[in-house]
Write a protein that binds this ligand. Structure first.
Ligand code: AMP
Length: 224
């Protein structure tokens, strides 16, 4: 099962991606996570990517496209994959489609989570990351996934871990606006990539404005 998941930053794409991953047992490949791991380990890739990420800009295509196409050749991808955060623009979409066609790999689903830009921005600023597992959903502005407050401090609502952090680029409004500018751009940005796949794959559109549970239910129903 090969799936792409799209949604603006703050739409709950990571959370819903984890739901899809559980359903199909395929690796959840998140470009942002790959970059952050490389930055943490201070690899040459991380050194190159960091400044772009800090500014909320895309890491250049000549770095990102080969990195992802190579990742999809991994042994764990033989039974499929869920790609999250890629493609992010029309050029990446075209490169992915060309690579898939060349290898005769079918794209089974393209999931699109719709969310208004202002709501997405507020959600991003409330997002908190658990040190034990980044996929533990915690957001101080969303009641359904609000971390637990203990002695005036927030702890992870899933594992109770006290090490909740906010990503620097999630607290920088200029960086958020830049990321959303790229996402909502229908000419060459991420929505252009979504539209590109509308003619080529089965699209599942989900309303991201409702609660986390409702979004998951809608998604699982449409994937069935
Ligand atoms: P995310 O975790 O998806 O919000 O990604 C964090 C940052 O990583 C983005 O703001 C970009 O700087 C970079 N990034 C993630 N995916 C891509 C991509 N497909 N192309 C270029 N840069 C990316």
């Amino acid at each position: 099962m090969n799936i792409l998941i799209f949604g603006p930053n703050g739409s709950g794409k990571g959370t819903q991606g984890a739901v899809v991953q559980k359903k199909y047992g395929v690796p959840h490949i998140e470009t942002g996570v790959i970059f952050r791991q490389n930055i943490f380990k201070k690899t040459p890739l991380g050194e190159k990517a960091k400044a772009f990420i800090d500014r909320g800009e895309l890491v250049p295509d000549d770095i990102t496209i080969p990195m992802i196409l190579d990742r999809l050749k991994g042994d764990d991808c033989k039974k499929g994959w869920l790609l999250d955060g890629f493609p992010r623009n029309l050029a990446q979409a075209e490169a992915l489609w060309t690579a898939l066609e060349k290898e005769r790999i079918k794209l089974d689903y393209v999931i699109e989570i719709d969310l208004d830009r202002e709501i997405a921005k507020k959600r991003i600023m409330g997002r908190r990351l658990c040190k034990t597992d980044n996929n533990h959903p915690n957001n101080i502005f969303i009641d359904a996934i609000k971390p637990i407050e203990k002695d005036g401090k927030f702890t992870c609502r899933v594992c109770g871990c006290a090490e909740l952090t906010a990503r620097a680029d999630d607290q920088d409004t200029a960086a958020i606006d830049k990321r959303h500018g790229i996402y909502y751009d229908t000419k060459t940005g991420t929505l252009a990539a979504v539209n590109y796949f509308k003619k080529r794959a089965k699209i599942i559109s989900i309303d991201g404005s409702v609660g986390v549970k409702e979004v998951s239910e809608d998604l699982l129903k449409k994937l069935a």
